[in-house]
Design a protein around this ligand. Structure first.
Ligand code: NAD
Length: 248
């Protein structure tokens, strides 16, 4: 697998480079906003990424960057015939559309969380909500102080899995704010260096069920993304799900 990495100077980009080195995977291209080095790899600026991907003969691009950049990288993958694994969160409609467009020409796998346990939490939560339809659901996520988007992409994916409509999601509470029927509170804590925690609370009269996922460090996301890259290379164009990687 010939690997390209975007957002290479970031927290996740460096975790990907480290994990790739540990696996002896060939990193043929590392890209960020400026030329520098990251984890001993030369990093080039992100102008004309399609040409750089072609020159490097990359098989898969692993992208953890920012929504606007992800949209451009998706176009570059489509143009150069390179598969795309992206973990960038906070995607807007343009970035989502860019991933869909790219998927018409190359295989694309986007996941808000590349930890296997977090992906499994989605299924467990869907089951729990199904089994306890009258219980109140609230979600608390905690991330490091440098995280840009809130709530986390994983929180969104969990709420989607639980069938919670956008209009029923209440982001924090202040003042007189009793819980209305059907609403789901979503609470984003930003502190220190926490890699990522998600806790779903389902509470009824006299009992509560808490489902928690805790990432020990970023390498768990990097390992999942590299597993996804190895699985995705050579597949048919289209959108692919991380669940398929876990179940393979
Ligand atoms: P970071 O800020 O440490 O790094 C971001 C990287 O992207 C840097 O290399 C930066 O130079 C580059 N970048 C940012 N804006 C850019 C732009 N406009 N054009 C080109 N390059 C740009 O962030 P991070 O903690 O590494 O997280 C990156 C993304 O990955 C975030 O969206 C985060 O939420 C997401 N993330 C996803 C998972 C997952 O499992 N899916 C896990 C952790 C983080």
């Amino acid at each position: 697998m010939r690997l390209a990495v975007t957002g290479a100077t970031g927290r996740m980009g460096r975790a990907i480079l480290t994990a790739a080195d540990d696996r002896d995977a060939a990193v043929v291209l590392a890209v960020a906003r400026e030329s520098t080095t990251a984890v001993g790899h030369p990093v080039v600026p992100d102008d004309d990424v399609a040409a750089r991907l072609r020159e490097a003969e990359a098989d898969v691009l692993v992208d953890f960057s920012a929504p606007a950049a992800t949209a451009r990288y998706a176009e570059a993958c489509a143009e150069s015939g390179v598969a795309l694994v992206s973990g960038t969160t906070g995607l807007d409609d343009d970035a989502r559309a860019a991933l869909d467009d790219a998927a018409e020409r190359v295989p694309v796998l986007h996941a808000a969380n590349f930890a296997r346990g977090a992906a499994t939490l989605e299924r467990l939560l869907a089951d729990a909500v199904d089994a306890l339809p009258t219980y109140d659901l609230e979600l608390v996520e905690t991330h490091h102080a440098g995280k840009r988007d809130a709530p986390s992409g994983t929180a969104g994916a969990l709420l989607d899995a639980a069938g919670v409509a956008e209009d029923d999601r209440v982001h924090g509470r202040e003042g007189e704010a009793p819980r209305a029927d059907g609403e789901v509170g979503v609470h984003a804590v930003r502190a220190g260096a926490v890699a990522g925690e998600h806790e779903a609370i389902l509470a009824g009269d006299g009992e509560e069920l808490r489902l928690t996922h805790r990432a020990g460090d970023r390498q768990v996301f990097a390992e999942g993304a590299l597993d996804a890259a190895a699985w995705l290379a050579g597949r048919d164009p289209g959108r692919h799900a991380f669940r398929a990687v876990i179940e393979s």
